[in-house]
Design a protein around this ligand. Structure first.
Ligand SMILES: *Cc1c(COP(=O)(O)O)cnc(C)c1O
Length: 390
């Protein structure tokens, strides 16, 4: 198979049935048959290759996993019903009671809940590190620290962590290095190149790209994925074949969609950078981003998300959202439709004000997921809402 991203994302296909379909078939089946009792025994015993049951594997999920492994440069993986099942599974499968995690403080809201509310119930604890203080993360390492879990760019603060340095840090302290690569997608950034042992995804976002289905992935080195597969087979976070089929099809257009998302996002960011009623525009590929140099080193393009900090705080932000005509108010991101979210009152409302402040989620901050509409229409909708909310 070609090593070019666009080609393998289109041409890798797990199987073709004897109907010779050109577009991949959808395997809506819970289980698979065996030719003999002996084959059944041998398949269960891993002595023979073959599908058994869709909680274990299904041709459609295998298809999706193969495409993502090729894109990320990882050896193996599993596909899950949602991004959160992937975040949960990557930790639950690899750690045990008494273990400790170092995580970047800027994390997706539900991942934060996992680390602070769910895993402590089973004796897995964590400590947050601030990205601005990365040089000192060595101080956070305990005798029982087993994992480094980061998100870059982070949701919604767009903080960027130097993947090369994080990889070296994980290696030096013998930590399993996990990267949530949801915002960048493998088209823009491949954490495995920088030493990530595990790469997780919410496929719900850019991999679907059209706001239709939920899905997630855990990808990485075989030695770790073996344990993840065991965990998933017996706890059941499997993706539905239908969702895997949609997501595998979507991979065919990921590169071309990301090119446009990134191009338009940069245009929008540049346009509003000097607008008098926007306090601050943050976008990884604007030289004003505090980690611009790291972003351009490890990302192909700047991504489809930017944030605007509006003067006037919470009231202004709410008024601004209410005046949008075209752009959607919804919690998703990475859709062909542009979306604006107010993290402080929605996705990150479960964090305390102090926790939000530490990760830069001020009351006036809005997250813009730049869609595939014409850039002029996106700019004009934001402009008129800014004007009317003054
Ligand atoms: C959305 C998201 C998740 C969770 O994914 P779901 O598919 O919604 O479960 C995890 N991490 C990041 C960075 C996300 O944006």
């Amino acid at each position: 198979m070609s090593k070019n991203f666009e080609t393998s994302a289109i041409r890798i296909n797990h199987s073709q049935s004897n109907q010779k379909e050109h577009s991949s078939a959808l395997y809506l089946t819970s289980s698979f048959t065996f030719d003999s009792a002996e084959d059944a025994r041998a398949t269960f015993a891993d002595e023979m290759e073959g599908n058994i049951y869709s909680r274990y594997a299904n041709p459609n999920s295998t298809d999706l996993i193969q495409k993502l492994c090729e894109a990320e440069g990882t050896e193996d993986g599993i596909a899950t019903a949602s991004g959160m099942a992937a975040m949960f599974g990557s930790i639950a499968a690899l750690l045990e009671s008494g273990d400790h995690i170092i995580a970047s403080r800027s994390l997706f809201g539900s991942t934060h809940q996992l680390l602070t509310r769910v895993f402590p119930k089973w004796g897995i604890t964590s400590t947050y590190g601030d990205i601005s203080d990365f040089e000192n993360w060595g101080k956070l390492v305990q005798k029982n620290t087993k994992m480094l879990f980061i998100e870059t760019p982070s949701n919604p603060g767009l903080e960027i962590i130097d993947l090369e340095k994080a990889g070296q840090f994980a290696k030096e302290h013998n930590l399993i290095f996990v990267v949530d690569n949801c915002f960048a997608t493998p088209y823009l950034q491949q954490p495995a190149k920088w030493g990530a042992d595990i790469v997780t995804h919410s496929a719900t976002k850019y991999i679907d790209g059209q706001g239709r289905v939920l899905g997630g992935l855990i990808l990485g080195k075989k030695e770790f994925i073996k344990d993840v597969q065991f965990f998933a087979r017996h706890t059941g976070p499997a993706i539905s074949p239908f969702n895997a089929w949609i997501l595998s099809k979507s991979m065919e257009t990921l590169a071309i969609r990301m090119d446009r998302h990134c191009d338009t996002a940069l245009k929008v960011a540049k346009y509003f950078e000097n607008n008098s009623s926007v306090g601050r525009v943050k976008y990884p590929f604007l030289p004003s981003h505090p980690s611009y140099n790291i972003a351009i080193k490890q990302m192909k393009l700047g991504g489809g998300i930017l944030t605007l900090t509006l003067d006037g705080g919470l009231e202004r932000a709410k008024k601004f959202l209410d005046h949008l005509n075209m752009i959607s108010l919804t919690a998703n991101l990475g859709d062909s439709r542009s979306i604006i979210t107010h993290p402080a009152s929605t996705t990150h409302s479960k964090l305390s004000e102090e926790e939000r402040e530490k990760v830069g989620i001020v009351d006036g901050l809005v997250r813009v997921s730049v869609g595939l509409e014409h850039p002029d229409d996106i700019i004009s909708d934001i402009s008129q809402a800014l004007e009317k909310s003054k």
